[in-house]
Design a protein around this ligand. Sequence first.
Ligand SMILES: C[S@@+](CC[C@H](N)C(=O)[O-])C[C@H]1O[C@@H](n2cnc3c(N)ncnc32)[C@H](O)[C@@H]1O
Length: 246
Amino acid sequence: MSYLQRLNTFIQEKLSTRVNDRIAKLEEILNSMALDYTSLDAARIFNGQTVRRAIVDRIISTFPFDVCVETGTFLGFTTSYLARHFPRVYSVELNPLYSNVARKNLQVFANVEIINDDSVAALKALLPEIGDRSCFVYLDAHWEDHLPLAEELELLSAVEHAIIVIDDFQNKADSGYSYDNYGKGKALDYATFSPVFRKLKYAVFEPNVAAVSETGYKRGYVICTTHQQSGDTLQRFPQLARVAVA
Ligand SMILES: C[S@@+](CC[C@H](N)C(=O)[O-])C[C@H]1O[C@@H](n2cnc3c(N)ncnc32)[C@H](O)[C@@H]1O
């Protein structure tokens, strides 16, 4: 179980069944979580993974993105980083409790919109807005029962220039990176998703930096794109390795 899942469990456990108790507990929890979003909180952004952050920094400085979409805001840790690097950020969160907290905590960023919705519904609504603009996407809305990843990838394959980072995904070469696995057909692994990548013509890359050299929670991730030229450029990044999904 990842750090954020444990934090979610902690919050849910803190909520008692009685409504008044729930509200009081919630206020207590939120107050205890007062976060300083005016400074970057390196321990939480991208699961505290500094190598991943350096790779994303490089992607951002290489490609001129117009817009950023994150699915799975949670409390807005990574959103605070995205807010500082993109002119416009849309972050989608299913749980109204979390989207309210994130909205409140990120209100210093005028360029961020927190959308309380299911990621697939929100992406459908955002696609016309994205249009032909170049888009950085962080897919992180996968918690247990429902994995929207295949549908998210299908929708995003219609965006001409998108570079997508998928959190919690298997690293084929290094089992030191952990990833989400909720059982058969519900794992963020190549056995489940290679057919999806292949069908939608995504070029897929994973970090070729050993997990032992990574900091934080060492969660696996992949970076993918259907944009040929961007794929060619990513292929030249020394920290990335192209993964065969054929
Ligand atoms: C791992 S957390 C996201 C962490 C966050 N991106 C960060 O880096 O701090 C996953 C979040 O996705 C949300 N979520 C789960 N399913 C979703 C869905 N279908 N649409 C939108 N959000 C979803 C959960 O409520 C949870 O807050």
